[in-house]
Design a protein around this ligand. Structure first.
Ligand code: 13P
Length: 264
């Protein structure tokens, strides 16, 4: 299984999806984002079916035949092993976010440390992080593997693509498995950089103006790529713009508040 296997945007049959999920599991394991049998992954095979990692196995050593297919209500359709114990969390995310086609749940040590400290990753420190994830909130603690975990996440799912789970780990999601995995990497990266600045005792945050410029350039490049893209309707463009403007405004407001607090 080569690492190029996960390429979004091309037609994939179920076997290719199964291989991709195993590759992403191996990446999570090799990067130290999961240990032992931690973590889980899933993707949407189609409108009615989800492919998920099995429960209780190392996600670094999965075979395509180990994976489990369920429907959107969590009923098992295929697989000799049981589905992930966090399937309810995955299904809640798919239900609330039709744009999400893949989910990664892992325990990367630094981001999980922030989750255990109840500390949101919301500092305007790194341009790349603001561009993709803006702010990474912490969902309150809930027992892993119970429906409570999905409930604590619910208020955050609509607004964020990466969420810290208090005293537990991180969940990231996106339109394809590669994006969901990259968001896990970005979350751990921003947590590490945050930690280093905290150890150094100094954080130089980007200014409101810097953030404004970043978001404006991101919006311009998104518009350019969607112009050359395929089936983006006027309705979906308007809905995207409304959601984007709202999120941009929230980031700017949060930044302005932080600056105010820093100066008092
Ligand atoms: P599963 O092996 O059941 O997916 O559980 C791993 C985990 O990390 C639970 O939070």
């Amino acid at each position: 299984m080569d690492l190029q296997a996960i390429t979004p945007g091309m037609y994939k049959d179920e076997l290719q999806h199964r291989r991709d999920l195993c590759v992403a599991g191996a990446w999570l394991y090799r990067r130290g984002f999961v240990v032992a049998t931690d973590g889980n992954l899933s993707l949407r095979l189609d409108e009615d079916r989800v492919l998920t990692s099995p429960t209780g196995m190392s996600k670094g050593m999965l075979d395509p035949a180990d994976l489990v297919v369920t429907d959107l209500q969590g009923r098992q359709l295929e697989g000799r092993l049981g589905p992930s114990s966090e399937l309810a969390m995955h299904l809640t995310i798919y239900e609330r976010r039709p744009d999400v086609r893949a989910i990664c749940h892992a325990h990367p040590p630094v981001a999980t440390g922030y989750a255990a400290a109840g500390k949101t990753l919301d500092k305007a420190l790194l341009a790349e992080c603001i561009l993709d994830l803006e702010c990474i909130p912490v969902a309150p603690y809930a027992t892993p593997g119970t429906p409570d975990l999905a409930s604590t996440l619910e208020p955050l799912i609509d607004r964020y693509n990466a969420i810290l789970l208090a005293n537990h780990g991180v969940v990231t999601f996106g339109p394809d498995l590669l994006t969901a995995f990259f968001r896990m990497e970005t979350t751990e990266h921003i947590a590490r950089v945050n930690l280093v600045t905290e150890l150094l005792g100094r954080q130089v945050l980007l200014t409101n103006r810097d953030v404004e410029r970043l978001l404006a350039s991101r919006n311009r490049s998104r518009e350019a790529s969607s112009d050359s893209g395929h089936a983006r309707t006027a309705e979906s463009a308007a809905a995207d713009d409304t959601a984007r403007n709202r999120r941009d405004l929230e980031v700017l407001l949060a930044e302005a508040l932080r600056n105010l607090n820093d100066h008092h």
